[in-house]
Design a protein around this ligand. Sequence first.
Ligand SMILES: [Zn+2]
Length: 482
Amino acid sequence: MEPWPRVFVLLAVTAAVLCTPLVNDLEPGKEWPPRNSVKQPLDEVNEPAKLQAIPEEETATGDPINDNLDIPEPEAQILTKTAFDDKVDYTGAQVWKVETNKNSIWLTIMRLRRRNLISTWAGNHSYVDVFIKPNAIENVTRVFQRENISYEVVIDDLQKRINEENPPLDENDIELQDRQGHRMTWKQYHRLSDIHDFMDYLAKTYPAIVSVKTIGHSYEGRDLKVLRISNGNPTNKAVFIDGGIHAREWISPATVTYFINQFAENFDVESDDIKNIDWYFLPVVNPDGYEYTHVGDRLWRKNRKPGVLGRNCIGTDLNRNFGYRWGGKGASSNPCSDIFRGSRAFSEPESRAVSEFISSSAAKFSAYLTYHSYGQYLLYPWGYDNALPPDHRDLDVVGKNIAQAIRQAGGTTYQVGSSSGLLYPASGGSDDWAKGQGIKYTYTIELRDTGRYGFVLPTTQIIPVAQESLAGLRVLAKQLHA
Ligand SMILES: [Zn+2]
């Protein structure tokens, strides 16, 4: 494989780019054991001088691309209103799929991005999806024509897609909600309160196997709720599954809650592979951001903690804030950036709560899955750089088996590889951190689709996505018993 052009690194990093003897001594549903002393952060975190260095991409090209250092981005605010009661309107905004078969195309895209005419959503070796504000379309079209860059308009009015994405439920579904004791349907993207109420409902309804614990709070004070499903078998291995690290990736919490529902409601008839694992689910890692995508800006990605610049640039990319090789490639030190890494590793309450829970838990986690969208990738570490863990062959084989099961179940093709190799380096990811904790089967799963709807996936796809993903999860469960 050709080495990556450095410019690609800069471009793509903005793209969108996842046994308990002590626990099981307790009766399910009762308080979980207190935390052990929290492990010290990994060595990598304790090298401030090295980590403060400007990432090499910034100085690598003759073209002074100071993406991470240009603090004010006034034009970037055009579509970003700060008032909560005032939704960001994407009328006329477009998403184009751009072929990137030449380095010169990356340079052009970088230049346009620097001028805040476009932003990048997702991409790999052969294409990138770019988001274009309405007032920039003419300008960008001219540049692409002049430079002979081919593209396809995938979304010609983003607001229209947003309006159609999450229609109200019909009468039958509303009736079902009243009957079933909670409001989750998987026919709609639900607000956080529906998700949390659903988790509490299951704990109350199935106290022998389900329990819920608040492992911390978001910046704005919302609960970070983990639901555990366990048959109490002391030899069980444990799996941690999270979703919603990135606020706008709505299909992720929808999929994770589907797993929860499937296992909790059908536990008695589930396979032994599923029953003899302790499952831990955190469907919404970033509840403030998730709520904000419902009431403020559908395309918000980060959490909602104000940065050093106050309300002008809000939020940290939680998937750049974890403490394994934090501050390296593919993460920004600019608080206005969509991939802002935070002021230090685990500076954010959400990432800190996840890491403290996992590292101090009595559960012996054998797998960590973190669900994102979009692109249809099964990615294993490392993300921080183009490097592989010693057991990468195991991860690759199991990843490919999972992908095969997904394809058989839903006809959807996933690409399997290391995240840095298949996509681009991105440091501070939760997957790298989990792998660094010794959790063997660690994957970031980028759900559907490949760009037709991107983050704004219609609700009719929730159940198909969740079902094929569940087929993949069963392969992992089987592997843990091998
Ligand atoms: Zn994501």
